[in-house]
Design a protein around this ligand. Structure first.
Ligand code: NAD
Length: 494
């Protein structure tokens, strides 16, 4: 990856994008389009189709037909595997092109977009492609006059609704296992980050995925998203996004065909630093990355720092130095470490959180302002707010921006109470040299992921899912396959 190649790609025009239905690009049934605003400079990058219920019906119909005639669902697993591995190769070959397109669409810094979006998507298709022909059914231990067989089969038509942050990575976490299991799929990307997922659908076709198996309908949540979630012909809905939308999807399911809903929702993840952390300097550096990378627009961001009171002042000062040292700027410039906030709406919401925290008596230690206004884009300083009380708005609510809330604690019990003191339960971090304490914290903190003496690392081999109001079900690892497969028992008299 070099600057000249990036600059060449950023200069290319992006044509108007249709939906991807039945193996080809099609305009919106009602002809509507939405402008795609680049967070880099606020310019109109292109337009996408503004999907309606008619578009969703067409896409679901296409997916259902493909599922029922078996063109993919009954294809031999080894043949399905070849298609997904070819797709992984195609994504990898076009990784920089995809990464630059994604950055122009959503503002993530290019180094991160290249690895965590494009290359990670290739890896995800390869992982689930490889898994396809390694999942066996079971024979039950019955009496010898019967045979009990347990089959795993595809569920049918999957509806997937994903957010604007890391669209390729999160989209692939759903598309790859859904396809691997033999399902057909209709995907609704975030309305402000659809471009790379439309490109993946084209590449899937090029890799040999039969038409109609993977469809993408773009557009707004309240129209295209709602129609997909209300569809009587979608068997399972997989979602990543906010808790508010997650609640609506459960309602839509209840109002339609009781489709299963798997929800990966938001977080307000505690990063807990004890005075016996093995290396406080390393803890400060990693904790800064754990909240500020991608402008804090990471579901597992360590957005609440809980720090033991006797080290709090020194630790916050070290963190502040890291926060102020980050280079925030054009996400397609290789020198930038943090890119743009995704949208003007998101930026205004972030600034609103800062103002409210100050009004509630917390102290702004650094940041808190919009910067680089002359670019026309949406940029914000990494922000640290200390003295945040457990009842404060900033303590209890997800910002989804570069804003860290700092609260102090006296001892382990108080740290656990504070850590568990929100409705969320997505991720957590614990910094301590005490092995027994680390295990006690793993046991008592209610969250889907706990980092010990690090923050934010992961890979595809481990599941990601929320506890409490951070959701249900899991993306990543072989556990993700469970959402996309139905068990069927055959009871055979011998
Ligand atoms: P969002 O809920 O606003 O939107 C997510 C998706 O839902 C978009 O495609 C949107 O168009 C669609 N949608 C919105 N309203 C809908 C409706 N009424 N019916 C159907 N679909 C609808 O979330 P967002 O702002 O795009 O994403 C940020 C949120 O996602 C944050 O809360 C973040 O924590 C969460 N997130 C969670 C994870 C995880 O793995 N748990 C990962 C990334 C992001």
């Amino acid at each position: 990856m070099d600057q000249a190649s990036i600059d060449k790609l950023r200069a290319t025009d992006v044509p108007l994008q249709g939906h991807f239905i039945g193996g080809r690009s099609v305009p919106a049934a009602e002809g509507g389009t939405l402008d795609v605003i680049s967070p880099i400079d606020g310019s109109v990058l292109t337009q996408i189709a503004d999907g309606s219920a008619a578009d969703v019906a067409r896409a679901v119909g296409s997916a259902r037909e493909a599922f029922e005639d078996g063109r993919w669902s009954r294809m031999a697993p080894a043949a399905r595997k070849k298609v997904l591995l070819r797709l992984a190769d195609l994504i990898e070959a076009r990784a920089l092109e995809l990464a630059v397109l994604g950055v122009r669409d959503n503002g993530t810094e290019i180094g991160m977009a290249f690895k965590a979006e494009a290359l990670s998507a290739a890896n995800t298709f390869r992982y689930y492609g490889e898994a396809i022909d390694k999942i066996y059914g079971q024979i039950a231990p019955t009496a010898d006059n019967v045979l009990g067989l347990v089959h795993h089969g595809p569920v049918g038509v999957v509806g997937a609704i994903v957010p604007w942050n890391f669209p390729l990575m999160i989209g692939s976490w759903k598309i790859a296992p859904a396809l691997a299991a033999g399902n057909s799929l209709v995907l609704k990307p975030g309305e402000t980050a659809s471009l790379t997922l439309l490109r993946i659908a084209e590449l899937a076709s090029e890799a040999g995925l039969p038409d109609g198996v993977f469809n993408v309908v773009t557009g707004r949540g309240a129209t295209a998203g709602e129609a997909l979630a209300l569809s009587m012909d979608v068997d399972v809905l997989v979602f990543t996004g906010s808790g508010g939308t997650g609640r609506r999807l459960l309602e839509y399911s209840a109002r339609s065909n009781l489709k299963r809903c798997y929800l990966e929702l938001g977080g307000k993840s505690p990063n807990i630093v004890f005075n016996d952390a093995p290396d406080l300097a390393a803890a400060a550096a990693t904790s800064a990355g754990g909240i500020f990378r991608n402008s804090g627009q990471v579901c597992v961001a360590g957005s609440r720092l809980l720090v033991q009171e006797d080290i709090a002042e020194d630790f916050v000062q070290a963190l502040t130095q890291h926060a102020e040292a980050f280079v925030v700027g054009d996400p397609l410039d290789l020198n930038s470490q943090i890119g743009a906030v995704h949208s003007d709406v998101q930026l205004r919401a972030n600034l609103g959180f800062v103002a409210r925290a100050e009004a509630e008596g917390a102290e702004r230690r650094t940041g808190g302002a919009q910067i680089l206004q002359d670019t026309g884009g949406f940029y914000m300083q990494p922000t640290i707010i200390s003295g945040v009380k457990p009842t404060d708005h900033l303590f209890c609510n997800e910002v989804f921006g570069p804003v860290l809330a700092v609260t102090t604690f006296r001892d382990e019990d108080e740290a656990i109470r504070l850590a568990n003191g929100t409705d969320f339960g997505l991720a957590a971090g614990v910094w301590t040299s005490n092995l027994s304490r680390a295990h006690r914290m793993i046991g008592r903190i209610r969250s889907g992921v706990i980092h010990v003496n690090t923050y934010g690392g992961s890979d595809l081999t481990v599941p990601l899912g929320g506890h409490k109001q951070s959701g249900n079900g899991h993306d990543k690892s072989l556990h993700a396959m469970e959402k996309y497969m139905d068990l069927k028992t055959a009871w055979i008299a011998l």
